[in-house]
Ligand binder design. Sequence first.
Ligand code: ADP
Ligand code: MG
Length: 408
Amino acid sequence: MTGDERENDLIRSVALQNASSILIARQRAEQELLEAKQALEKKTEELAQSLSMMRATLESTTDAILVTDEQGVITDFNENFVEMWRIPREIMDSRQHRLVRDAISQRFENPKQYDSRIDEIYSAAAPQASDVLELADGRVIERFSKVQSVEGRIVGRVWTFRDITERRLTEKALIEADRRKDEFLSVLAHELRNPLAAVLMAVRLLQRKGPPDPALQNLRAIIVRQTLLLTKLVDDLLDVGRITTGKMRLEKKHVALNTILKEAAEVCTLLIERRNHTLSVQFADPSLSLYVDAARIVQVVSNLLNNAAKYMNDGGQIELAASEEDGNAVIRVRDKGFGIPREMLDRIFQRFVQISTPGRGADGLGIGLSVVKTLVERHGGTVEAASEGLGKGSEFVVRLPLFVETNE
Ligand SMILES: Nc1ncnc2c1ncn2[C@@H]1O[C@H](COP(=O)(O)OP(=O)(O)O)[C@@H](O)[C@H]1O
Ligand SMILES: [Mg+2]
């Protein structure tokens, strides 16, 4: 082989190599293109799928939904929206939120007010806003609006509307039923009060004038005791009625703090003795006085003492103490009884709330503490319950403003 021939061979082989590498490069490029195309097709399919899911979601909720962009162009809505607001098709087709707003505002007694609220929401760019809308036709709609952003940039707003008319009606009916129940209880208490007073008077008369047979004496004592208990229940009910109707009147006058303690202890003597409890009283400085409805504050303290005696096994200890703390009169009632679970400490002050534990006699209505709380608060004070838990006793603390004499 001559030198020329060798050179030609070389050139040919290089050319062949080039050609094949170009071919390979081209094939590779085509492959990549194909993959990119497939990936794009997959993405498009996924997008179509999630779009259709979104459509389905929009249409499968009972809420009415409208989606707008920041320029106020409608980008989406569901059929519920059109139905809820009865918006003509051509207005929806215009895709202009302004026109839709005008149509919606006609459903209100005060269209301007509705409109300016929307302006407010747009201009405040609040991330979310919610309102309750009352329509002229009686419907009540809850509106919620939430900004949508992509990578920190606001792209639009979703407006959802929920018809809560039914809920509103139910709430109103519940409130009305509750009011009627209060009224009934109050009428019932009034009606029971008089016959009870008559029974009590009659049996007291019998105690004095009836046959002195010991068996009869005993029976009469039972009637007196039970009638007094019934009277107490009825009085509590009457108080609840006065409280719920705002008819509780206070007759305030000056009274020594210690007088309150004495009278409250006296009211409860019978129960405390019957249960074999001991009551120790720690009086306050005799100069301390209150400006209160004394009978009502005695009622507060005796209610607490009564509870202490009731919610403790026989033969227990009750402590009643009064003192001055930070310019307030503080009255504490402590027992070593059943105690109160932590989660009930606040709740027991609500009407009709009782702790149900086996062995705990339920001979009340769950009213006493709610009356205590109202009475104390009406006097500008507070009442709190504390307990280490079930079986660990309880403490009730009443704080009332002290009466301070000013020498002017
Ligand atoms: N000193 C106390 N120790 C334990 N539990 C108490 C005490 N005082 C009140 N309670 C609980 O709080 C509930 C509500 O008290 P109250 O409103 O006076 O109603 P009532 O005594 O009629 O049940 C009681 O049923 C009882 O479960
Ligand atoms: Mg009670």
